[in-house]
Design a protein. Structure first.
Length: 207
């Protein structure tokens, strides 16, 4: 293969010289709703990554709860995602107010496949809707209502290469920074161990 004159690619056509055309079955897997198989995957998922954007920039946020915390309705054309307590930055929600486009990737521990959903979302504070997601008497502050536009399973190559679940089964690696380490790096004089211990003490009541 000949080297490109400019190694920085600036046109979609240039990408086609580097990547093979996707197989027809890969192109055909995209549908405009969550089907029965997708519902089963989402029902088993305790964790997703949510991507949004606006004129202020992009955001990619983790969302997690008990398996099946995201509900699928309207024949697979609507997802309901409770927004539970976090750090109150609400970057994703602020983005969605301006730009409703949303991307989701659902993961299930131990499964190397992932499930992707793209669509448009709105934020609801409807009391009846929030009550549906009450856990131990605690309701989410809002619910993200997603109108599904694209849904498809994603191949397992990335998780297989990373050996993600096997690596996680060994417990937390000792050399990975904690919240306390990050806090100490930003604020001189912070004791990272004390910070981590205080957070661990507070976290159960803040979930």
């Amino acid at each position: 293969m000949e080297a490109l004159e400019n190694p920085t690619l600036t046109a979609a056509e240039e990408l086609t010289t580097l990547y093979a055309r996707p197989l027809d079955r890969v192109l055909r897997k995209e549908i405009d709703h969550v089907d029965a198989v997708g519902r089963a995957f989402i029902a088993a998922s305790p964790f997703l990554v949510l991507a949004t954007g606006s004129s202020q920039g992009l955001d990619c946020s983790p969302k997690g709860d008990r398996p099946g915390f995201v509900l699928v309705e309207d024949g697979g054309r609507t997802l309901l995602i409770p927004d539970r307590r976090g750090n109150n930055r609400i970057d994703s929600l602020k983005n969605l107010v301006e730009d409703p486009r949303i991307g989701l990737i659902f993961l299930v521990p131990g499964a190397n496949e992932t499930y992707r959903v793209n669509g448009r979302a709105r934020i609801s504070a409807d009391p009846a809707l929030k009550r549906r997601f009450a856990v131990d008497g605690k309701e989410p502050t809002t619910v993200i209502v997603v109108a599904v536009e694209q849904a498809f399973q994603h191949c397992p190559k990335a998780l297989v290469r990373s050996d993600l679940w096997k690596a996680g089964s060994a417990g937390r690696p000792k050399d990975v920074p904690t919240l306390g380490d990050f806090a100490a790096a930003r604020t001189p004089g912070t004791d990272s161990a004390v910070y981590d211990a205080d957070y661990a003490r507070r976290m159960p009541s803040e979930l």
